[in-house]
Design a binder for this molecule. Structure first.
Ligand SMILES: Nc1nc2c(ncn2[C@@H]2O[C@H](COP(=O)(O)OP(=O)(O)OP(=O)(O)O)[C@@H](O)[C@H]2O)c(=O)[nH]1
Length: 611
């Protein structure tokens, strides 16, 4: 192709993402765009094609990035190539959003015209601004009777700080407004810049492992071009590979001869070792390398840690391999081996939050067919010993003896809560109850207030966001970042079953809440641990002091008992079910403990604590 045509080509590329608060209609809009550009025939279209993982579809959340190429014939008579990059919407996944945004020039900021601006609308809009993207505001669900586009426009202007007068009004459900939206993308999203003549420079923004092709990278070409047979270098580790395939997703993989400046597509190069590639890394040509790597992504640190153990100890190395594969495109997932007296060999795994933890556990169980026991999540603590040394501890059972501890420090966060002014009281009441330290309060406009608290991370990670939502009828938004560690009166609570402390059930709690929490957990465990052939005593203890106790009475179990005779299939079904339930049990000493027991700390809500 002559050189001139290629730069011409660049002019007609548009790379953009869709960002939104969860459930505001991002996936439905993406579907309508695919339909309208004939990327998928309507009858072939699986519902919400971009959310291609099973778990995603079931939970209705988007957790993986997906980039699709589509062709659009614009009103100016030109044919445009769009690359649409889908992004996740939940607070736990904002790092993935920032990954996909780095591959774009524009973003559609989708806001539900009935719900208005919410926490993730703000957080995602800030990420888009940080990445210097052109933002097109889109008000979706205008078909709803409660939609109030004018109010939401002024909310976007006041809270997000971008001009929303020309926001595109859509009903993704009915398909209205989508043609206008496509024209706006052509007009407002800038064409990719970059130099075709320069050495190859491409950003890896996602990757998956394929057992036939090895690592498949999602890339955005920023300079130059890459084709099959080229020698490439991964700038992070200097490793070199020969390109075996390049192509685009449309929406299935379509191989191409090359990918050029401005393109978004995939690349394989017989990369067998998942550890070799890192999302955020720069690819260049091995023979003619670019001077400087891209800045890469900000390092994301896990916020919570939990123990993960295979129910069947023989599956330990399978678990390690599976974690490695998930880690490939999940920069925030961290793990190190750990052992527990009660649970055997496993891993200490770091997550961004509880949803992230849930999703990883589910993927391991479904995609990799593992049965797991997870222990209650905990934050990191800094323990200063009497010797003056200090250590970071992410596992309560690793806490040294009280006599060896001078002080315990816990991580604090700076939390910004935005809320309409009539909810200020509710927010402050909640923050105080969660050990928050009030900092400042500012009026953003006549209606909205920004309240800043320093809060212990341990209080935020559990149910703070849900409590905040329910006490403000969903109107509050929350954004937080880590501050330093602060001295706090924390104690370790041990849980004993028949007199034996079970390390995997220990947790760290603030002294002022210790008794309450100990009692509540013992009560909860009594309902979770099934009756066994013998009596099980459950105790909570701080050091040698027992603070609460309860007992699970002995019981001879015959699950088929209540059924009247004869119906063998029904009986077999019940026995099968019981067997399945057992899979998620772990024998701790003589006591069979179900998975739920290890999460009891999370299940103890405010109501339990009041009793
Ligand atoms: N009435 C109405 N409902 C819509 C419209 N667009 C989407 N919905 C519905 O809103 C819900 C959420 O839509 P999704 O497209 O899954 O939302 P999302 O933002 O992709 O959600 P996540 O992937 O979970 O972040 C679904 O039940 C849609 O059917 C619309 O224009 N009007």
């Amino acid at each position: 192709m002559p050189e001139q045509d290629l730069t011409e080509r660049q002019k007609y590329i548009r790379n953009f993402s869709i960002v939104a608060h969860i459930d505001h209609g991002k996936s439905t809009i993406a579907d309508r765009i695919l339909e309208l550009t004939d990327t998928v025939a309507k009858r072939d279209m699986e519902n919400q094609i971009l959310d291609n993982m099973e778990i995603e579809r079931e939970r209705g959340i988007t957790i993986k990035l997906n980039a699709v190429e589509l062709q659009y014939q614009a009103q100016d008579g030109h044919n445009y190539t769009f690359h649409l990059i889908d992004t996740p919407g939940h607070v736990d996944f904002s790092y993935e959003v920032s990954r996909s945004l780095a591959a774009c020039e524009g973003a559609l900021l989708v806001v539900d015209a009935a719900q208005g601006v919410e926490a993730q609308t703000m957080a995602n809009a800030y990420l888009a601004v940080d990445n210097d993207l052109e933002i097109i505001p889109v008000l979706n669900k205008v078909d709803l009777p409660s939609a109030d586009p004018d109010l939401v426009k002024s909310e976007i202007e006041d809270m997000v700080g971008i001009d929303a007068e020309d926001a595109v009004l859509t009903s993704a459900k009915k398909g209205t407004g989508i043609p206008e939206l496509l024209e706006r993308i052509v007009q407002d999203v800038p064409a990719p810049t970059g130099d075709l003549q320069a050495p190859l420079k491409a950003l890896i923004f996602d990757s998956v492992y394929d057992s036939y092709r090895g690592v498949v990278l999602s890339i955005r070409v920023l300079d130059g071009q890459v084709k099959v047979g080229d020698q490439i270098e991964l700038m992070n580790n200097g490793k070199k590979f020969e390109v075996t395939e390049v192509g685009v997703m449309s929406p299935k993989a379509v191989p191409r001869k090359s990918l050029m400046v401005g393109d978004v597509g995939y690349l394989t190069a017989s990369i067998k070792n998942v550890q070799d590639t890192r999302v955020g890394d720069t690819i260049t040509s091995a023979e003619n390398s670019t001077a400087e790597a891209l800045p890469g992504y900000r390092k994301i640190t896990p916020m919570v840690y939990s123990g993960m153990y295979p129910v069947d100890n023989a599956k330990y190395s399978d678990l390690r391999e599976s974690l490695e594969k998930l880690q490939l495109n999940d920069a925030a997932l961290e793990f190190v081996p750990e052992t527990s007296q009660a649970l055997g060999f496993g891993f200490r795994v770091g997550f961004l939050g509880l949803l992230h933890m849930d999703v990883i556990q589910e993927r391991l169980e479904r995609e990799f067919d593992l049965d797991l026991i997870m222990t209650a999540p905990s934050v990191n603590y800094e323990v200063v010993l009497t010797t003056g040394e200090s250590e970071i501890i992410d596992n309560p059972s690793a806490l040294p003896e009280p006599s060896a501890i001078r002080e315990i420090k816990e991580p604090m966060v700076h939390a910004e809560i935005m809320v309409p002014k009539n909810y200020v009281g509710a927010v402050m009441e909640l923050a105080q109850r969660k050990r928050g330290q009030f900092q400042t309060m500012d009026y953003l406009d006549d209606y909205h207030v920004k309240i800043i608290y320093n809060l212990p991370l341990a209080e935020i990670i559990y149910d703070f966001f849900d409590s905040l939502k329910s006490s403000t009828h969903g109107f509050a938004s929350l954004d937080y970042h880590l501050l330093d560690y602060e001295v706090s009166q924390m104690v370790k609570m041990d849980i004993l079953l028949n007199g034996e402390a079970v390390d995997a059930l220990s947790f760290i709690v603030h002294q002022d809440f210790a008794y309450q929490r100990g009692r509540a957990i013992v009560q909860k465990l009594k309902t979770i641990i099934p009756r066994q052939q013998f009596e099980v005593a459950i105790q909570a203890a701080i050091g040698t002091k027992i603070v609460a106790r309860s007992t699970v009475k002995a019981y001879r179990k015959d699950v088929t008992g209540p059924l009247y005779g004869g119906d063998q299939t029904r009986k077999n079904k019940l026995l099968d079910k019981q067997k399945k339930g057992k899979k998620r049990m772990k024998d701790v000493g003589r006591v069979s403990v179900p998975q739920a027991a290890f999460m009891a700390v999370l299940q103890v809500g405010d109501d339990d604590l009041k009793n």
